[in-house]
Unconditional design. Sequence first.
Length: 119
Amino acid sequence: MSPQNVARAAVEGMLCGLADGVDALRAQGVDVRRALLVGGAGASRAVQAVAPAVLAVPVVVPPPGEYVALGAARQSAWALRGTTSPPPWGSAGGACWEPDGGSGPLVRDRYAQMRNLLY
């Protein structure tokens, strides 16, 4: 139980919660091809290093910006268009990390075990 182990467990736990959300999207037929890390998570080297393995998709960290507001504006524009598919929007670019297989499946499995015990 070193400080480093506790810090990593906190990062892995947070990412596993997000991965559960990705799984819920997939269960609804959404093709999740990448994840964007923005805000504090995007600036964290620890999150950048662990996220691709836990989320099992490439992870992109775009340059700093107002992505929450931009996302809300894009969703509004899409709703006002009245179409079933989103309008084409360019990517902000940024650094990309690919999943390497690593410890992601083991971390997800242990997280699920503990989650299921609690809930």
